[in-house]
Design a protein around this ligand. Structure first.
Ligand code: HEM
Ligand code: HEM
Length: 197
């Protein structure tokens, strides 16, 4: 029976964590582009309608991936950060990841709240196939017209916070790889071929 790797002996993220990380990264890039393009597209145009549908489908996919990812993360330890890394930097990395996880929940949930309280009341059908319910319980707290502008602002603010945190996240990953020259980036990269770990 293979021995379970402890945090100390584990040197790389596992395949599931790596696959979800990069799928999410790709989805986030697409969502940010779609989000900004669709909100500046001509209101009511076919392009705007189509982008909204794709945005909602990919956004809910990110929510599902994040639920899966958090479950995986809590049951599978991540590799320890290099011993050479100062304690404060380790803490910053940890807080940064917690912040990213928080936003990966806050964004889809606030977006879902936006469409659920929209005056246009457009149904959500994920990828044109799977009908997705609206969060009807929100109206127990206040009328839709009062909630909608608040969650819409929250969604936009969360998107800007995510962009800011990602700039730091990506800069930190590149700094580790090119300046410090440790394994922090490569252990999150897929390794094709035989896995010998
Ligand atoms: C991680 C996931 C998501 C990201 C990164 C994201 C990002 C964005 C961005 C950048 C915008 C444009 C910001 C603005 O000017 O308002 C936007 C707008 C919007 N998003 Fe998302 N979004 C995500 C998930 C979702 C989901 C799951 C839904 C709905 C199910 C959704 C619904 C909307 C709507 C309706 C708008 C139009 C603006 C508004 O009325 O607030 N988003 N999103
Ligand atoms: C664009 C959207 C991205 C999101 C939402 C994101 C999110 C995250 C999160 C939440 C973690 C923590 C993983 C965990 O321990 O559970 C992480 C780790 C990591 N990310 Fe990203 N990431 C993104 C893009 C990138 C990019 C473009 C790079 C590289 C240039 C990158 C490099 C890394 C590395 C190297 C780690 C591992 C750090 C460590 O070992 O502690 N990420 N990412």
């Amino acid at each position: 029976m293979p021995a379970t790797k402890t945090r100390a002996t584990k040197t790389r993220y596992d395949r599931v964590a790596i696959a979800i990380h990069w799928l999410t990264a790709l989805a986030i890039l697409a969502l940010l582009v779609m989000g900004f393009v669709m909100t500046s597209a001509r209101p009511g145009s076919p392009l705007q309608f189509s982008l909204f549908q794709w945005h909602k489908s990919v956004g809910i996919t990110v929510l599902a991936l994040t639920v899966l990812r958090l479950g995986w993360r809590l049951s599978h330890r991540a590799p320890a950060l290099p011993d050479t890394m100062p304690g404060l930097e380790k803490l910053a990395a940890h807080l940064g990841h917690v912040g990213l996880y928080g936003l990966l929940f806050a964004l889809p949930l606030s977006g879902w709240a936006v469409v659920s309280t929209s005056p246009f009341n457009i149904p959500t059908v994920l990828y044109g196939l799977l009908p997705w319910p609206h969060l009807e319980f929100l109206t127990a707290f206040a009328p839709k017209a009062a909630i909608n502008p608040v969650v819409s602002e929250a969604h936009e603010l969360a998107a800007w916070l995510l962009i800011a945190l990602l700039v730091v996240h990506i800069a930190a990953a590149l700094r580790h790889h090119f300046l410090i020259r440790d394994t922090v980036l490569t252990r999150m990269l897929p390794r094709f071929g035989s896995e010998t770990r």
